[in-house]
Design a protein around this ligand. Structure first.
Ligand SMILES: [Zn+2]
Ligand SMILES: [Zn+2]
Ligand SMILES: [Zn+2]
Length: 340
């Protein structure tokens, strides 16, 4: 009973943090010394089994008209200073062959959380350690940035802050000056500290042999950098939240002759895009290659990211449109301008 009574008189929050790891008993922070990423909590509700996503009503793109093809060709020629516009203006289109090339894009937006012990100069913050139970790392409220955009946030976890004396200056706020080893002066560089020269007293130091230390203003000590001269440190658990967009593209070629590696900068016409916590393979798509690739990419991303991160995914695909135009005067295979 006696011990309980004495315990209950302890002041909370304690002014100084206990020496041992004070967070070892806080749920979610047991391994705080080890650092590293923390797996997201297992959802309380079982995750719904994957369902096929909605299928767009219209998968087809209307064919490119001859006029549109000619306009695109002219644009293409004009964008190249040394190309003659002759073929585009006067040429007769003898055939238009179209090929469909699809690009599937899977983006998995991951949120990783890690914690570590941190300290900063104490600047009057509330030492709230133990004032309330600390939220677990995945319960700390963090404002989500723009989706699918890389971002990092560092947060002081609520109810983990305590004050301690600065261990570098031992609560003094200053440390011995490194430049002059705490003396406030350095040996005069003209007389090597002797105060004498061949012709008598050294005129540079007036015979003292000392050169005033400018780093410490001759005080022999400088402000402690660790506590910024404030004598105390605030120690706390720092939560680092990192959002990353992990993107994979896959071009499904259909003998279009387009080189997949040249298509990364090309914008196509987006046919379909869906964002949700977990996306599903595009089984409804008429082209089985797209369905297969989407299935594979989704599985790859799940196994890569789901263990360590909270994830949000979006999948989309575009039709990259290419045409070979055979002209009377010129034959060009193009991409870029003929993608829409
Ligand atoms: Zn200090
Ligand atoms: Zn001197
Ligand atoms: Zn000094």
């Amino acid at each position: 009973m006696g011990s309980w009574a004495s315990k209950s008189t302890t002041v909370y929050p304690p002014l100084y943090a206990p020496a041992a790891n004070p967070f070892s008993n806080i749920p979610g922070y047991e391994g705080i010394g080890g650092g590293g990423f923390l797996p997201p909590p297992i959802p309380l509700q079982p995750v719904a089994p994957p369902q096929p996503g909605p299928t767009p009503e219209e998968w087809n793109i209307p064919a490119l008209s001859e006029d549109a093809a000619r306009e695109a060709f002219k644009d293409y020629v004009q964008s190249h200073c040394c190309y003659s516009s002759g073929p585009a203006d006067e040429g007769v289109i003898t055939s238009i062959e179209s090929h469909n090339t699809y690009r599937l894009r899977l983006e998995t937006f991951t949120e990783c959380r890690s914690t570590e012990m941190a300290e900063k100069p104490y600047e009057g913050e509330t030492a709230d350690f133990y004032a309330q139970p600390a939220p677990t790392p995945w319960d700390v409220e963090v404002k989500t940035p723009n989706l699918f955009t890389k971002h990092t946030e560092e947060i002081r976890v609520p109810y983990t802050s305590s004050i301690k004396e600065c261990n570098v200056c031992h609560g003094v706020g200053t440390v011995s000056c490194k430049d002059c080893e705490g003396k406030g002066y350095k040996p005069c560089k003209y007389c090597n500290g002797s105060g004498q020269k061949e012709d008598g007293n050294c005129s540079d130091c007036n015979g003292t042999g000392k050169d005033r230390c400018s780093k410490c203003n001759a005080q022999g000590k400088t402000k402690c950098e660790t506590c910024n001269g404030r004598k105390q440190l605030l120690t706390f658990i720092k939560l680092k939240v990192e959002w990353t967009n992990n993107e994979d593209n896959h071009v499904v070629e259909q003998s279009s002759g387009l080189k997949a590696d040249k298509l990364h900068s090309v914008k196509g016409k987006e046919l379909f895009k869906i964002s949700q916590i977990m996306v599903y393979p595009l089984y409804g798509f008429p082209n089985p290659a797209i369905a297969e690739v989407s299935d594979r990419l989704i599985k790859e991303h799940q196994s890569k990211y789901a263990q360590t991160s909270r994830i949000l995914q979006q999948v989309g695909f575009e039709k990259l449109y290419s045409k070979d135009l055979t002209y009377k005067r010129a034959s060009l295979a193009m991409y870029g301008k003929f993608l829409f």
